[in-house]
Design a binder for this molecule. Structure first.
Ligand code: ZN
Ligand code: ZN
Length: 757
């Protein structure tokens, strides 16, 4: 959240920004650009009266001045508030101000603060003492908020800085729109001449000023002029007053922060050993009671927009006299007396007595010393910042609209390019949605860096060798310069094309939106809040069959299987009558163990009637483990098993073993083929229902007669497809769509029953 001001032309709740439209509890950081009321005066309200829970930052001088300024604001706005109802209208009390004040944190210029990943840096903004621009880095984007700023070096402040880092978004003030300031020297000259003219003709000059900021700049000008023209001005016969409740306090703050001002004023301070803010020709007035209004005088009085208070009282006193002059030097907001006066009205309403109107005969002049950029200064700054998204704030809609058009036409050449400049002048409460398609760069951290370096090195080495062999060949064939140039170009291309692929874990750091690429083993070290977990899964299945059966089925499914432990040696003598050996006492049944490793990581241990499956969780491992469990659960009922068990039981002697093995394997192969066809035929039944027939009786024949294929048919009306399941193809079909459908189903079916390896 940037700034928390009030509208100076309104009072109470009506002067607040549209806080109801926002959930202030979601704000992490609130940055106050400077102490002016339109930027800071609703801060105690936000901090004390809403659900705002974030941290508030401002510069040291802003905080120092803010304190006095807001205390005065509370005092002035509660004048004439007597009934409790009226008091309700008051935004906050002095207690609120004091309580919130201690919670405000200060920020030094050029230092960066990080709050929950939101980084911000304050830069000088010119404008008034302590005014800051904030460059905020959030979610990898940089936003520059100018606040109110000036690019003109004046008597005490430096002009606004251009931050060294670029910004993606610029939120910039548009106060003066496309207007152009007169050169500063001209304005100073005009100002002093006008004042001189008025006082030398017996008139009084009222300069409504904001208590702090530009008032001090004007005093520097006037004090110097009075010193230089002492004789003409009657040697102290024309007094200058600075009338403000805060005059002395504010001056002491200014005297404190001379070191934050520009070189000129610091030099003056150093050389003369006197504080430049201790004025020889200006006196302070705390209130009008102590003011003896005897003749010509110059009065700088707050508030600046003549709403109420000292300046308003003086206005009402002096405006009927045509010799007097009201000189407006600040920026006046619509709806205020200062703005109204510019229309040179015949009468003005009295603030303390609404039934009375006061005649206005005095002169009204405006010379702007408001330290805001004019169009040219603003445009130059915008060009320097070079952001592609510009959001205009702080100004009335018409000048803002004109400024938008002027900026757009200035950047017209970039239209349609990727650097096209977008300018927004949103109305209150209207969202601005910006899209960014930036390149995100992830930092490689930890061990993964070594991997990259190694790979990179290898790649470079291999490219180097390729280059030299290429090069020598080309030199032999062509020896003119052009060939050489072409060759060089080619080799550089080779370099850039050679990408290194590294895999790791991409971690987005919530705190500063950085992306890190780390290897799994490093994760804990670089991101302590993250931990790695390896899930080992274990499943135990009761199996009522021999280990060799399990082994055989698993080999059928997965091909090569690693045998880790095989105490009965079943994997070598597949169908040796083991029971006999157990009876002989060669192998103890209790201790016999079979441990297999399937597809890398899956470990199957079979002891007695228990099969224990262990694996590390993962997409592939889980699937493989599932199919092993399916095998384990059906292994004793599978037809091949029955066959094998019976063979085992009936075989005698070692000579028959090898013979039998071959025979069994052949039969099992056939069994497996039949099993697969059965599965595929189930698929066909699902798809075609009653219209599908398979000649399953042939299955039995198939066993006795190897040459006989298994056939099936799909008959839909006149269309018929005859299918050879043994050869997995359509033998005959009178309809192409049907044929296509059957063929694709055969394809799906054969994929489904295919073993994984
Ligand atoms: Zn301001
Ligand atoms: Zn402002």
């Amino acid at each position: 959240m940037l700034d928390a001001g009030i509208h100076p032309a309104y009072q109470g709740m009506a002067s607040l920004p549209f806080y109801d439209d926002f959930d202030l509890s979601t704000v992490d950081v609130l940055l106050i650009s400077h102490f002016h009321l339109d930027h800071a005066a609703s801060l105690p309200y936000v901090m004390q009266k809403t659900n705002f829970n974030g941290r508030v930052f401002m510069t040291h001088p802003t905080k120092a001045i803010y304190r006095w300024l807001l205390r005065d604001f509370v005092r002035v706005t509660s004048i004439g508030v007597n009934s409790p109802l009226d008091r309700e209208e008051n935004l906050y009390t002095n207690e609120d101000l004091v309580e919130s004040f201690d919670k405000i944190e200060t920020v030094d210029y050029h230092s960066t603060i990080d709050v929950n990943g939101i980084k911000f840096t304050a830069f000088h903004a010119g404008h008034v003492l302590g005014a800051a621009m904030f460059q905020i880095e959030i979610a990898g984007m940089r936003v520059l908020f100018t606040g109110d700023y000036s690019r003109e070096k004046d008597r005490h402040l430096n002009s606004a800085e251009v931050p060294p880092l670029s910004s993606n978004i610029l939120i910039v003030e548009s106060t003066f729109g496309t207007a152009t300031h007169e050169p500063r020297l001209n304005r100073e000259k005009k100002l002093t001449q006008m004042i001189h003219h008025t006082v030398s003709h017996g008139g009084r000059v009222l300069m409504p000023v904001f208590a702090l900021g530009r008032a001090q700049e004007l005093m520097l000008i006037l004090d110097e002029y009075w010193a230089q023209h002492a004789e003409e001005l009657g040697d102290g016969q024309v007094p200058i007053y600075y009338a403000s409740n805060l005059a002395r306090k504010c001056m002491s703050v200014f005297q404190t922060y001379v070191n934050m001002m520009n070189d000129d004023i610091r030099k003056k301070f150093r050389d003369s050993q006197t504080n430049p803010f201790i004025f020889k020709n200006i006196s302070y007035l705390k209130n009008l009671e102590e003011f003896q209004d005897l003749g010509p005088s110059v009065m700088l009085a707050s508030p600046g927009m003549l709403q109420s208070g000292l300046s308003r009282d003086l206005l009402e006193r002096w405006c009927p006299d045509e010799k007097n002059l009201v000189l407006i030097t600040g920026y006046s907001i619509e709806g205020t007396m200062a703005k109204y006066l510019m229309l040179e009205p015949d009468t003005i309403p009295s603030v303390n007595n609404p039934e009375v109107t006061v005649a206005r005969r005095c002169n009204i002049e405006e010379i702007s010393f408001a330290a805001h950029v004019d169009f040219q200064e603003n445009l130059e700054f915008i060009q320097k910042i070079n952001a592609t998204n510009i959001i205009l704030v702080h100004g009335e809609s018409n000048p803002m609209g004109r400024l938008k058009s002027a900026i757009l036409s200035n950047f017209n050449a970039l239209k349609g390019t990727e650097n096209e400049v977008h300018v927004f002048n949103p109305r209150n409460c209207v969202d601005v949605d910006l899209e960014f398609k930036g390149v995100k760069i992830a930092k490689a951290v930890g061990n993964i860096v070594d991997e990259i370096d190694k790979d990179d090195l290898e790649n470079l080495l291999s490219t180097d060798t390729a280059q030299s062999s290429d090069g020598s060949e080309k030199h032999q064939s062509k020896e003119d310069g052009t060939a050489k140039a072409v060759e060089e170009e080619e080799t550089t291309n080779q370099d850039t094309v050679h990408d290194v692929v590294v895999s790791g874990i991409l971690v987005s750091d919530e705190k500063n939106y950085d992306l890190n690429l780390v290897s799994l083993s490093d994760l804990r070290e670089h991101h302590t809040e993250l931990s790695t977990t390896i899930l080992r899964e274990r499943q135990t299945v009761y199996v009522n069959c021999k280990k060799e059966l399990i082994y055989w089925h698993i080999c059928q499914m997965f091909g090569v299987v690693d045998v880790l432990v095989d105490e009965e040696d079943i994997t070598h003598k597949l169908n040796v009558k083991i029971e006999k050996e157990i009876e002989d006492g060669t192998i103890s049944k209790e201790s016999s163990k079979l441990i297999l490793k399937v597809m890398g990581d899956i470990r199957l241990t079979v002891v007695d009637n228990m099969a224990i499956l262990e694996w590390t969780q993962g997409l592939i491992s889980d699937t493989v483990a599932d199919s092993i469990i399916a095998i384990l659960m059906s292994v004793d009922s599978a037809p091949a098993s029955v066959k094998m068990s019976s063979t085992c039981n009936h075989s005698h002697g070692h000579d028959e073993v090898s013979d039998n093995t071959a025979k069994i394997e052949e039969e099992l192969e056939q069994h497996s083929q039949v099993w697969k066809i059965k599965q595929i035929s189930n698929l066909f039944r699902e798809q075609f229902g009653e219209t599908f027939t398979i000649f399953l009786d042939k299955l039995t024949e198939a066993k006795s007669n190897d040459t006989e294929d298994i056939l099936g048919a799909v008959t839909i009306g006149k269309n018929e497809a005859r299918i050879n399941f043994s050869k997995m193809r359509v033998e005959e079909c009178n309809s192409n769509p049907l044929k296509g459908r059957v063929e694709s189903l055969l394809k799906i079916g054969s994929d489904l029953v295919a073993s994984l390896c």
